[in-house]
Design a protein. Structure first.
Length: 767
């Protein structure tokens, strides 16, 4: 098969279209084909409509609008011949075996030998899909089960058949990993594979056990979420999210294909309430509502007994019931419910080893990535204790699979010599290996000790002369402690190392400066401390920028405010594709205070498409910063110049550290720090012009009264203060203006109100 240069997706429904979008996000041209609808004005109506819809969808399937240009719409009748030139064809049509096989026969007449063909099926075994289609087709066929939405869900279940070419499957796996950003879980060719087989069983248990227990759905979701490391949607909120209308189809397929003795059948019970909800259009968030809905007087929840909606209430559970360590030992209605659902789910997971997957790592990864569980089933069993779990299952009459019983006195995972190992079906421990090219900080940390450390940050040696600076504060927020450790690290690198990477493995790269500390300092009028912190940030960020060695920042998730500014001061950035970057200070009544203004001015002034003169760059930065613009992807961050054109993007989150390290090493030889910039800025007249533009937004109702105050301070910085239009403004002068504007604003009650509101509600105050 070799390299995948072109792809095709057949089926322009929600999943197929979004899979095509992910190929485009990876820079791969892709055909999107569907049937010719009866009576359509254009024969490509379904594919064209899907692309147009995706360009309006939020969250967006495309990482940038430019990616959409790589998707070519077509139809099966006219354009099937174009598949002769592609390297991978993904089928994402209706879950009917006869229709899929009919399509495969058509594909076989046009595809080139070695072109991979895969199905996105979630329930039909591969052996049935290729039955009667010939050895040549079976050799090039795999199942690639993407999870919805394909851009954001990292899991891809890969199934090979007895006749599948191992090299082709490896090529598909490598491409899906590196280019599409997926974590690949190899599964057995069994119904439902791993995630849906176990996940749907868990959801069905969650519903029927709540009904049997007479439990309110708020209590069920509260106990079946945070205590178990499951997202706050719990069971009923998750079903609303994915759609109640999907449940009967998936359940029917699993019920028809799983063997008679499988535990799934006992949970696959007819639920009249769900049938009625679907019939009435209550299919979840995409319908009129589901188990939860938005009523006339606010959010409502359904009563499982009566089927009537009532006002949502807070879960009424003691604190002990919201902690895993205590929950399973309690005898309340909610605790008994949690045990019955969790116990049977973990028992079922243990029964899938050897059937759905070869090892526990695959099952745990499938549930972590496919259902966003914090811990996989076997990691949960280790938290409970395998022996204790087996005893409680037996006591309550639940099945105790042989694999679970054999784990008596053992853990499913253990650390050996700093490396993680898992218990295999053979009773022996085996090394947990990473895919080639994956470097995770969690592995580095297991094997060694930090080079430097304080309460808010750590520094690790990741090999080859590269240090890794890691934020460890809450939300990876920036404070005096991690700034000081960064300062020490900058001094340390030249003594025994060659480069620095700034990276961590939290939920977000950095949410920016610690607003709580800033508000506390302001409330006690500790203005000197605030000024000292702002000055320290300026000094250390510039020290980083002009250091004699390369620095590569590796953001992912949110990189906001000061977190964005660290990127702006690094030699280069290697960003995860899902990096949401922005200077958001104006949203809390402040201006960027650690060099964000000066760096953005320099970038936009040097942009080849920016008109000459002192005003255009300042106006553009004013537009971006005053509106607290945040990129919706790393690709979009390049459009705002938060990232440079040559900054790297890693599609797979697990490859980010290795890619950043490689980028840093590539810069070492002959590295020369940048030359400090100077600016031509419009001065007072430019500030007035920006103020007029902001006032226009105020008159339109877009900007508020206090927005005008903040915009005025920002305009003063970006215009160069009292500089004359013919003057050259230095970087140091911009930093001085930043500091002064920040201090004036943080002393203003309007800003303090914004900060307090953000900290208490998580939402901006529009004062």
């Amino acid at each position: 098969m070799g390299e995948i240069r072109k792809a095709a997706v057949i089926g322009a429904g929600t999943m197929g279209a979004a899979i095509a979008a992910q190929f485009a996000n990876a820079g791969v041209p892709v055909f999107l084909l569907d049937i010719v609808p009866a009576g359509a004005k254009t024969r490509n109506a379904l594919a064209e409509g899907a692309i147009a819809k995706m360009l309006k969808t939020d969250p967006a399937p495309f990482m940038s609008k430019g990616a959409a240009r790589l998707v070519t719409p077509g139809n099966i009748e006219d354009d099937l011949g174009k598949l002769a030139d592609v390297d991978w064809i993904v089928e994402a049509i209706v879950e009917r075996l006869d229709i899929k096989q009919d399509l495969y026969r058509k594909i076989e007449t046009v595809r080139k030998p070695g072109c991979a063909v895969s199905s996105n099926t979630s329930t039909i075994p591969l052996a049935k899909l290729v039955e009667g289609l010939g050895a040549g087709f079976a050799r090039d066929f795999v199942i690639t089960h993407f999870f919805n939405p394909p851009r954001y869900m990292r899991l891809l279940e890969l199934v090979s058949g007895a006749g599948t070419d191992a090299g082709l499957a490896a090529d598909v796996e490598r491409f899906a990993d590196v280019r599409l950003g997926k974590t690949i879980v190899r599964t057995k060719d069994s119904p439902g594979f791993i995630a849906n087989r176990l996940g749907v069983y868990w959801l069905m248990l969650g519903v029927i056990e709540a009904i049997d227990a007479g439990l309110d759905i708020e209590d069920a979701d509260a106990v079946m979420s945070k205590p178990l490391g499951i997202p706050k949607t719990g069971v009923f909120g998750l079903i609303d999210l994915v759609g109640l209308d999907l449940m009967p189809h998936i359940n029917a397929s699993l019920g028809a294909t799983l063997p008679a003795g499988d535990a799934f059948h006992a949970a696959n019970r007819d639920v009249p309430l769900i049938k009625k909800m679907i019939a009435d259009g209550y299919i979840g968030r995409k319908g009129k509502g589901g188990f939860y809905r938005r009523g006339e007087k606010g959010r409502e929840a359904i009563d499982l007994a009566s089927g009537e909606y009532r006002a949502v209430r807070k879960a009424n559970l003691p604190e002990a019931e919201l902690k895993l360590g205590k929950l399973l030992g309690l005898d309340s209605k909610a605790a008994r419910y949690a045990w019955r659902v969790l116990g049977q789910t973990l028992s079922y997971a243990a029964s899938l080893v050897g059937d759905a997957a070869d090892d526990i790592g695959a099952i745990d990864a499938a549930m972590r990535l496919g259902y966003n569980w914090r811990w996989g089933p076997f990691e949960l069993i280790d938290l409970i204790g395998a022996e204790a779990l087996a005893a409680k299952l037996a006591k309550d009459g639940f099945a105790v699979p042989a694999f679970l019983a054999a784990a008596k006195g053992k853990k499913f995972y253990r650390l050996q010599g700093g490396a993680r190992e898992y218990l295999g079906a053979d009773g022996a421990y085996h090394a947990l290996t990473r895919a080639e090219g994956v470097l995770l900080l969690e592995d580095v940390k297991r094997a060694g000790k930090p080079v430097l450390k304080n309460s808010s940050a750590s520094v690790w040696d990741v090999g080859d002369g590269v240090l890794c600076f890691e934020y460890t504060s809450k939300s990876n927020s920036l404070d005096a402690q991690n700034l000081e450790l960064l300062n020490q690290t900058i001094d340390l690198v030249p003594k025994a190392h060659r480069a620095l990477v700034i990276y961590n493995e939290g939920q977000n790269f950095s949410a920016g400066a610690n607003l709580g500390l800033a508000l506390f300092a302001a409330n006690i009028a500790a203005w000197g401390e605030i000024e000292k912190l702002v000055a320290a940030g300026h000094t250390i960020y510039k020290k980083l920028k002009y250091a004699p060695f390369p620095t590569v920042a590796a953001p992912f998730g949110m990189a906001l405010g000061g977190g964005c500014e660290i990127l702006l001061h690094s030699s280069a950035v290697q960003a995860h594709a899902e990096a949401y970057i922005g200077l958001v200070e104006c949203g809390v009544g402040l201006v960027p205070a650690w060099g964000g203004c000066s760096e953005m001015l320099a970038r936009w002034a040097a942009h080849p498409k920016m008109p000459h003169g002192p005003m255009p760059a300042a106006s553009k930065v004013f537009e971006i910063v005053s509106t607290a613009t945040v990129s919706k992807s790393a690709a979009e961050a390049k459009e705002y110049l938060f990232l440079r054109a040559d900054d790297g993007i890693s599609m797979n989150r697990d490859r980010l550290l290795a890619d950043a390290k490689a980028r840093a090493l590539s810069l070492v030889e002959g590295y020369v720090p940048p030359v400090p910039p100077t600016y031509k800025l419009p001065g007072v007249s430019g500030a007035v012009s920006m103020g007029i533009a902001a006032d226009d937004f105020r008159r339109k109702g877009v900007a508020t009264t206090y927005d005008m105050v903040v915009a005025g301070e920002l305009a003063g910085v970006l215009s160069g203060g009292d500089a004359d239009i013919i003057d050259e403004v230095t970087e140091a002068r911009i930093l001085e203006l930043e500091r002064a504007a920040f201090i004036r604003l943080i002393k203003n009650p309007g800003t303090l109100a914004r900060i307090e509101t953000m900290l208490t509600t998580g939402k901006p105050l529009r004062n």
